[in-house]
Design a binder for this molecule. Structure first.
Ligand code: UD1
Length: 367
């Protein structure tokens, strides 16, 4: 069987790495296509190296742009690849623009589409990722789900049960494989941070960081937390550019306990997350990683597409209200009792389950 797995943006790499390994172990011909949605050394290349992935078989070099520009450029370039390679199926992960673009291309060429991390729904259609999830799931042939809510959502949207497989979480596969190496980087100590005594922050969603109002609130939150605890903030290029654009960089540079860093490698970030007292974020994947690590997490969003992290894990949602968030950080830093549990099948073997399921299906082009 010949399978093309698509990666485009930072959160895709740690999902495809274990899948590629499992596909090779199963004897599939496994190709990796990188759309180039993320292209910087720090947003892309370092992940390939640290995750032990081979160079992508094809690099499409799409880069940044508006949603329509980025999505359409990926579609045009990916169509050529699919026509040349004639895979038995195309696998996409997550919810980024590359996921949507490549699933559309494949399905129109009558190539079966496999979606890993299917069924997640925030219920918020103003999020670009939510549109990408809904469209990708509606045209996918095989849908691999990380948590129970995914099954419920897909059923409600009329996806037949026989296409849906609950397999666990491939991002957790990578975490399980690399946590020891991550700890060996001693990243917190290198930054002068003590285990359990600092706050790790990440924020990059357009809904917060693209407006002056959202960024003002973010900066005020960092000021309030940073007055009390050391804060380390690896910053997405979008957030860094907008802080500069709205003239807020000066306020942050005045905080002695704040370290703003460039985006970190996978191992360094995992090491920082593992030893943090609490993580404050708007990321999707970090809600899941902190749940597995049993590290408290506050997600500064109105909703989450990953409700299991709140129901079973260490995550809670809060509005971006600086004083309330800072007060809650203090509460959770000082009451380390609550720990949560690991969601079902988040055990490091999700990719193997996906390979086994795909191997058992009948493929049109297979000999
Ligand atoms: C994308 C995903 C988002 C994911 C995030 C993780 C979509 C719709 N969004 O958002 O779901 O959580 O990745 O990081 O697909 N840039 C660089 N270097 C890069 C890539 C981007 O500097 O390697 C800058 C550019 O200024 C670019 C901006 O970041 O315009 C945004 O990049 P883009 O790919 O449009 O979306 P993200 O915000 O990264």
């Amino acid at each position: 069987m010949k399978i093309i797995s698509v990666v485009g943006a930072r959160p895709n790499f740690m999902k495809v790495a274990p899948l590629h390994r499992a596909f090779e172990a199963a004897g599939f011909e496994s190709l990796i296509v990188h759309t180039g949605q993320h292209y910087d050394e720090k947003m892309s290349d370092v992940f390939f190296r640290q995750l032990g992935m081979p160079e992508p078989d094809r690099y499409l070099g799409i880069g940044s742009g508006s949603h329509a520009e980025q999505t359409s450029r990926v579609m045009i370039a990916f169509e050529e690849v699919v026509l040349e390679e004639k895979p038995d199926c195309v696998l996409v992960v997550g919810d980024v623009n590359s996921t949507l673009a490549c699933s559309l291309v494949a399905t129109k060429l009558h190539i079966p589409v496999v979606h890993v991390e299917a069924g997640l729904r925030s219920g918020d259609r103003r999020m670009p990722e939510e549109i990408n999830r809904i469209v990708t799931d509606s045209i996918s042939d095989y849908l691999f789900v990380t948590e129970e809510s995914g099954i419920v959502n897909l059923r409600r949207e009329g996806v037949p049960d026989e296409r849906v497989f609950m397999v666990g979480n491939v991002m957790i596969d990578s975490l399980v494989s690399f946590i020891d190496k991550a700890r060996e980087t001693n990243t917190p100590a290198g930054l002068g941070l003590e285990k359990g005594a600092y706050v790790l922050m990440t924020m990059h969603r357009p809904s917060t960081v693209d407006s002056n109002e959202g960024l003002e609130k973010l900066v005020a939150t960092v000021e309030q937390i940073g007055a009390r605890y050391p804060v380390v903030f690896p910053m997405h290029p979008r957030t860094r550019a907008n802080i500069k654009k709205f003239g807020l960089a000066g306020r942050l540079s005045e905080l002695p306990m704040l370290q703003i860093l460039d985006p970190l490698g996978y191992l360094e970030f995992l090491g920082l997350m593992d030893a943090a007292g609490i993580v404050v974020t708007d990321s999707g994947g970090i809600q899941e990683e902190t749940t597995w690590l049993r590290v408290p997490c506050i997600t500064l969003r109105e909703n989450t597409e990953r409700p299991v992290t709140v129901e079973m894990g260490t995550n809670e949602l809060m509005d971006l209200e600086p004083e309330r968030v800072a007060a809650r950080v203090v509460e959770r830093m000082t009451s380390p009792g609550e720990k949560g549990t690991t969601p079902p099948l988040w055990d490091g073997h999700a990719a193997a389950r996906i390979a086994e399921t795909l191997g058992s299906l009948r493929w049109k082009n297979a000999a």
